[in-house]
Ligand binder design. Structure first.
Ligand code: ADP
Ligand code: MG
Length: 533
């Protein structure tokens, strides 16, 4: 619809506009379209998606977040839904598909409610109070960790379906091991503290976590040794080079000797820097920038092994692993800044040199991922990322909730009970919220080939008899006590999916006017800089 009313602001003339219910219809549809794209991936029996990018590269995955990452989406509400899942991924590292499905269902139900005469503000209010009730209820059903086995179960429920069972155990073990030295709100973050290096050689099962810094690097001076023992390491956020001075012809002709003077002074400066390092007894020098050719011989004579051109992240990793403090320049380096290396070596794998610096001194590790194809190694890395994210978050009091959709089914039942205490519109809206939560057990049932309605009824009846921790193990299709078989969801994942979906739905409900700027391809303004002076 185009704005034509004469009393409208003239600035709206180039704008398409959708208002009121039509805005909600468009927004809910967009959210449902995103949900439809990831719906079939939910749960351990979820299907895979084949993603093909512009270059024809193929990625097969059943990770909802990865599917959306590659999707090209234009609609602003669809983007908002995807953002909700990105936030979910960043904060909780799991539950991305869950959050999208709930958000889309909350909007679908809001649309139904608004069709039957409920104002969006009432729907939003009721959603908010339903959310608070859920958070209280979660507190009463969550359980504390009692053994290492619990932690392992949480991690494997999270990654179970994403990876072949032969590597599930391996990735779980590695992630738990890596998580030991990482705090959840660590400013350095998991990705920095555990470096991932993908190596073509060997089988996936050879993937290992080592207390070392590893990078594709070859020593600067080939005449030096390619390995060594205990030594100290200096990390410089700069280089070992002195800027060249440009001589123009005139200066060179009129003042012969000046150039030689400069070169001499540069050499002396380099010598001073190298002998400073030597006096500190530095064994390995790691610099972010370059190293002057002339310094090569000086470093060799001083017995300093030098590696250059590290990126910022690698400098931080090296610092974490060896305990060295990064300094801005060699002049400012002192012995307190040096880190500790237990041993180091360059290993050549498939023609590529990898520098390994082993140190048990600081934190930080490297995951060496092996496997025959890069797609396989990437999948292992993604799974490890998820598993590590979850392992790091298994903390706080009572972090375990029943998985397999049981938490959601329990919350939905609690809300329906609660709704019956209200009358009229609010009752309907709270029930709408409850229905949206039930999407999760519904879709889990569907994705494993069962009738969703039968399943929900069966699950609900079982929970009423034996409590919220009862549910379906989708691998065996038996009704079981979920903690006994380890189908456990992380509380943080559930709480965050719930809050993200509720906030997302409420923010869409508040919109009753969508203004689209008309974008018309026009002539570029070639003269835009002409009148600047
Ligand atoms: P998300 O992106 O939301 O994490 P997933 O595809 O990882 O989606 O599916 C997660 C859901 O699958 C959770 O509700 C989890 O409890 C459930 N789940 C995982 N393993 C099992 C299992 N063996 N039995 C039942 N449910 C399971
Ligand atoms: Mg998951």
């Amino acid at each position: 619809m185009t704005v034509s009313s004469p009393d409208e602001d003239v600035t709206l003339q180039d704008t398409d506009r959708v208002t009121g219910r039509a805005a909600l219809v468009g927004n809910a549809r967009a959210a449902l379209a995103v949900a439809a794209a990831v719906r079939s991936t939910l749960g351990p029996k979820g299907m895979d998606k084949m993603l093909i990018d512009q270059n024809g590269d193929v990625l097969i995955t059943n990770d909802g977040a990865t599917v959306l990452d590659t999707a090209k989406v234009e609609h602003p509400t669809a983007k908002l839904v995807i953002e909700t899942s990105i936030t979910q991924d960043q904060v909780a590292r799991d539950g991305t598909t869950t959050s999208i499905l709930i958000l889309a269902e909350l909007l679908r139900n809001a649309l139904e409610l608004s069709r039957s005469g409920l104002h969006p503000t009432i729907i939003a209010d009721s959603y908010r109070s339903a959310y608070s009730l859920c958070m209280e209820e979660i507190d009463s059903i969550a359980r504390p960790i009692t053994s290492d086995e619990d932690v392992r179960n949480i991690v494997s429920t999270c990654i179970g379906q994403k990876v072949d069972s032969s590597i599930l155990d391996l990735v779980c073990r590695l992630a738990l091991d890596a998580s030991e030295s990482i705090e959840i709100d660590d400013p350095l973050g998991e990705r920095l503290l555990v470096k991932r290096v993908s190596i073509e050689e060997g089988a996936v099962t050879d993937t290992e976590l080592i207390s070392a810094f590893v990078a594709k690097k070859q020593r600067f001076d080939k005449s030096m040794s390619n390995h060594g023992g205990v030594c100290s390491i200096a990390i410089i956020d700069g280089g070992l080079e002195i800027p060249e001075v440009e001589f123009d012809t005139e200066l060179e002709i009129s003042s012969l000797g000046i150039r030689e003077g400069f070169i001499q002074r540069k050499k002396e400066k380099l010598e001073r820097l190298v002998s400073h390092l030597e006096s500190l007894n530095v064994g390995i020098l790691a610099v972010r920038d370059g190293v002057d050719e002339e310094a090569q011989g000086m470093l060799r004579r001083a017995g300093i092994n030098c590696y250059r051109r590290f990126d910022k992240e690698d400098l931080h990793r090296l610092s974490e692993i060896t305990g060295a403090t990064i300094v801005r320049s060699i002049e400012t380096a002192e012995s307190v800044h040096l880190g500790h290396c237990d041993s180091w070596e360059e290993r050549k794998v498939s023609g590529v040199h990898y520098l390994h610096i082993f140190s048990n001194y600081g934190r930080g590790r490297t995951l060496i991922v092996r496997g025959s194809t890069s797609a396989l190694r990437d999948e292992v890395i993604r799974t490890f990322d998820d598993a590590l994210g979850v392992a790091v978050r298994v903390s706080g009091k009572a972090p375990m909730l029943p998985g397999g959709g049981s938490t959601w089914s329990h919350l939905a039942r609690m809300l329906r009970n609660e709704a019956s205490k209200h009358t009229g519109k609010r009752q309907l809206a709270i029930e709408g919220f409850a229905d949206a939560l039930e999407t999760i057990p519904r879709v889990l049932a569907q994705n494993s080939g069962h009738d969703p309605i039968d399943r929900i009824l069966e699950l609900s009846a079982a929970q009423m008899k034996s409590g919220p921790w009862t549910g379906f193990d989708l691998m065996t299709d038996n009704l079981v006590s979920l903690d006994s078989i380890g189908v456990i969801d992380l509380r943080m994942v559930v709480e965050n999916a719930l809050s993200g979906a509720t906030e997302g739905a409420i923010s869409v409900l508040r919109i009753d006017d969508v203004l689209w700027a008309k974008v018309e391809p026009g002539e570029p303004d070639w003269n835009q800089n002409d009148d600047e002076d």
